[in-house]
Ligand binder design. Structure first.
Ligand code: PMP
Length: 354
């Protein structure tokens, strides 16, 4: 740390992204990326747009907003695109939390929430999940704080039904409820249909997972137009050109090519179910994931031990050294072939520990 770094960040612990080691080629099942390349339409539109990169991108992303709004059935002033959904989440912490209105989220959830709270200097409360890792919605009824819920949750993959989300939103009319739907396309119900009914609901989604554009960085928020305007105020006060030209066109291509998106989601869901079945046959406990990853533990081998043994075999999964979940690993669902290699490796590792 330099002597110039503001003391306000003395206790800031930054988010640790999943490792991206360069020492050898790994099967990457650790950062919830899609195993499939971006849609050919997304690639073509993005390449074409590169020729205009001497010009700034459109800060309002008009063309993308118009395609997305039509697809989602929302008005154009109810949507804001950002540099990944991390950015809209950061904007939400900046816009809707302060010392009078702290943030609240589960103790086991997306690890970035507490970092956003810390970097924005806002207090936050964490609420323990039930022992089966489900969210107890009663904990959030009328809680009087800005609520952040990932649905499906990460790293557990467990989803709440829309009725439960609605109960939380309806009971917190004076507070914003942010539903982070980064993984919703793999089997959960979106809360987007509720945005006209509740002016306190913000739904965030990403193109990083189901639309194969993690490297392009594209996410968005959908909500009441006044919420979106607040978020725009924050955006225009930090980085007006937050979505670059190539990314905006890649996003449009991904939306046009709906068949490709649907087909890939279905493949991931099928591979997830098959991999979960095989893990269970190997004696693992596997949560009921509706995301593009599995969360699993074995009583034959510790979480960290399995993570290290897989890494040695060239397979990366995500292990969290956090007390309540240290027995588990989060395993991104890759292609069917990758998952077969993974299952073979796990089988071998378990034989070796016998
Ligand atoms: N929310 C959750 C729950 C996530 O796991 C992630 C991915 N790390 C994000 C949001 C952010 O993804 P991105 O910025 O790539 O849209």
């Amino acid at each position: 740390m330099s002597k110039f770094f503001s003391p306000k960040y003395d206790s800031l612990v930054p988010y640790t992204p999943g490792e991206q080691p360069q020492d050898r080629k790994y099967i990457k099942l650790n950062t919830n990326e899609s195993p499939f390349p971006p849609s050919p339409v997304a690639q073509r539109l993005s390449r074409q747009a590169a020729g205009d990169n001497n010009l700034y991108s459109d800060p309002e992303c008009h063309e993308l907003v118009s395609v997305a709004a039509a697809k989602l059935g929302v008005a154009q002033d109810q949507i804001l695109f950002t540099n990944g959904s991390d950015e809209i989440l950061n904007f939400a912490f900046m816009a809707f939390c302060d010392s009078q209105t702290p943030a609240v989220f589960p103790d086991i959830t997306y690890g970035f929430y507490k970092v956003f709270a810390d970097v924005c200097g806002v207090p936050y409360q964490t609420i323990p999940l039930n022992s089966d890792f489900t969210v107890n919605i009663n904990d959030y009824i009328g809680i009087n704080k800005t609520v952040f819920i990932a649905n499906p949750n990460a790293p557990t993959g467990i989803a709440l039904p829309l009725e439960d989300i609605e109960k939380i939103v309806a009971s917190n009319k004076n507070n914003v409820v942010v539903i982070d739907e980064a993984y919703v396309d793999f089997g959960a119900q979106s809360a987007i249909p509720l945005i006209d009914k509740y002016d306190n609901l913000l739904v965030t989604q990403t193109f990083s997972k189901s639309r194969s554009l993690a490297g392009a960085r594209l996410g968005f928020g959908v909500g009441n137009k006044n919420l979106i305007n607040d978020l725009k105020t924050v955006k225009y006060s930090t980085n007006p050109y937050n979505v670059n030209r190539c990314t905006m066109y890649a996003g449009m291509g991904a939306l046009y090519d709906n068949d490709y998106f649907k087909e890939n989601c279905n493949k991931i869901i099928q591979t997830r179910e098959l991999t979960a079945k095989k893990l269970k046959e190997l004696g693992f406990y596997v949560t009921n994931s509706k995301a593009n990853f599995l969360f699993a533990k074995s009583d034959k081998i510790g979480g960290k031990e399995l993570y290290l043994a897989l890494k040695e075999k060239g397979i990366l999964v995500r292990h969290f050294d956090t007390q309540k979940i240290s027995d588990y690993n989060r395993i991104t669902v890759g292609s069917a072939d990758e998952m077969q290699v993974f299952i073979n490796a796990v089988t071998k590792i378990l034989e070796e520990v016998k």
